[in-house]
Write a protein that binds this ligand. Structure first.
Ligand code: 9WN
Length: 444
């Protein structure tokens, strides 16, 4: 089973390579996406480390001068109509040495430091030349990864409590999650926008899986709002209808500091390593004090405008398990939620017992491999090796039986969304190959 899965996964990554970057899926997502590149690099490291580094480098070559890493880097070879919203819609001005319309103006979870560290670790297995190349790549990436962290912890701390706010649900990577429903209800849904700007996702995928038109009208309206001031973050909270502190985004922000501590150590920046660890601790404390709900025993998204936690129980509320300094009470709470009938293995994107749990619709029920991969990492960080192994086995079985799909039906396991999806294939490689524990795990 493993050789077959390995070969099919490697085949997907071969098919989706586009010269200097990987596309998530040829048809649905024909450009480069930010957090996809991080997950993809983790798996590419086994079969083609040069491409893993190239993909990360392509992404960071498009980093903005303020440190933000755009959620999509557009491929100039594709047409505007190939993906909506495309480059002209985003209307990003030229920056640095990049021409206008080269990227979007929003971000995605900053998983790249975690990925860069994983690619570096694998390099040893590919011999001395690969190790040397890996160190040079880390040298190039390190200041850029730090700039990304600084942008998010400084410019995006809209709530003033030490966490980054996302200002579009696409920034979470969990676009249509019920976690955003309350905050999104305050965003005007101008359906006439969809007459001006046409969705393309419905031409290439099933409408019952995708966000509704009302959701999409809000998504478009939020981009127009941010775009109106050229994606400036100054006084953003006062003039933008959606701002949320997402537990998963911020957990990844904290985990990135821990990987930066590892990277700084390898590069000989010993003082910096301590500072990264301290920043990770501060982010962890802020997640606990701002996003924990003792009644549900898990983390929830917080509306930055109102200060209210959403009641929805979503997979994002489990991801802080990745943080080694999470206090024991929160660790136990998250583990209990994961083991409960609400989630199950592999973990669903939303509470299975909720009245609006939807087995098909985007991020409102189906199983995604990438968030399960983050949760497996969390289990390993907290020394739960047996549960981590159960989750690993469940993920491998799911992908082996059903293929490298974008997401999976939570009851039948049927593959849904885009086939030949890059992060599913990449993470399958990692799940087959890697039983090691993250460097910053707590002693079991
Ligand atoms: C919008 C590429 C991306 C992922 C996101 C996923 C989906 C885009 C879309 O696809 O988002 O960015 O068009 O729905 O939700 O996590 O990065 O794979």
């Amino acid at each position: 089973m493993s050789a077959e899965l390995w070969n099919s996964a490697a085949g997907v990554l071969e098919t989706n390579w586009a010269g200097d970057h990987m596309v998530p899926s040829r048809r649905l997502y024909p450009h480069q996406w930010s957090w996809d590149a991080a997950f993809i690099a983790v798996g590419l490291a086994y079969v083609n480390p040069t491409r893993a580094w190239r993909d990360l480098r392509s992404l960071f070559e498009a980093q903005w001068p303020d440190g933000r890493v755009p959620h999509i880097v557009f491929d100039p070879a594709m047409a505007e109509a190939d993906y909506f919203p495309g480059p002209a819609f985003w209307g990003v001005p030229a920056y640095g040495s990049r021409p206008a319309h080269g990227s979007t103006g929003i971000v995605q979870p900053p998983l790249h430091a975690v990925a860069a560290w994983e690619v570096y670790r694998r390099a040893a297995a590919h011999g001395a030349a690969a190790s040397q190349q890996a160190r040079a790549e880390l040298e190039w990436l390190y200041p850029r990864l730090v700039a990304q962290q600084e942008y998010l912890t400084d410019r995006r701390d809209l709530g003033g409590g030490g966490l980054a706010s996302i200002v579009h649900s696409w920034e979470s990577g969990l676009d249509n999650s019920p976690a955003w429903d309350d905050a999104m209800a305050n965003v005007p849904a101008d359906l006439s926008l969809l007459n001006v700007y046409r969705r393309r996702d419905l031409a290439v995928s099933d409408a019952s899986h995708r966000p509704t038109d009302t959701d999409y009208a809000r998504y478009v309206g939020l981009v127009l709002s941010y775009r109106a001031a050229d994606y400036s973050d100054t006084d953003l909270l006062a003039r933008h209808a959606f701002a949320v502190e997402c537990p998963s985004f911020n957990a990844i922000l904290g985990a990135a500091e821990l990987s930066l501590a590892q990277i700084a150590g390898v590069l000989g920046h010993t003082g910096a390593a301590g500072a990264h660890r301290e920043r990770a601790q501060r982010i962890t404390s802020a997640i606990v004090s701002r996003l924990w709900n003792p009644d549900t025993g898990m983390f929830h998204a917080r509306d930055t405008h109102t200060g209210k936690l959403t009641p929805a129980r979503c997979v994002s509320g489990l991801v802080p398990l990745m943080l080694p300094d999470l206090p024991a009470g929160q660790v136990e709470g998250v583990l209990a939620a994961m083991r409960s009938e609400r989630f199950g293995l592999p973990v669903t994107s939303y509470d299975r017992t909720a009245a609006d749990f939807d087995v098909l619709r985007y991020w409102r029920g189906p199983v995604w491999i990438n968030v399960n991969w983050l949760l497996r990492r969390g289990l390993l960080v907290h020394g739960r090796r047996d549960e981590a192994e159960d989750l690993r086995a469940a993920m491998v079985r799911l992908v082996h039986r059903n293929g490298h799909f974008e997401y999976f039906h939570p009851e039948t396991g049927e593959g849904l969304g885009a086939p030949c999806f890059s992060w599913t294939a990449a993470l399958a490689l990692d799940l087959l190959a890697d039983r090691s524990v993250p460097a910053y795990a707590k002693a079991a």
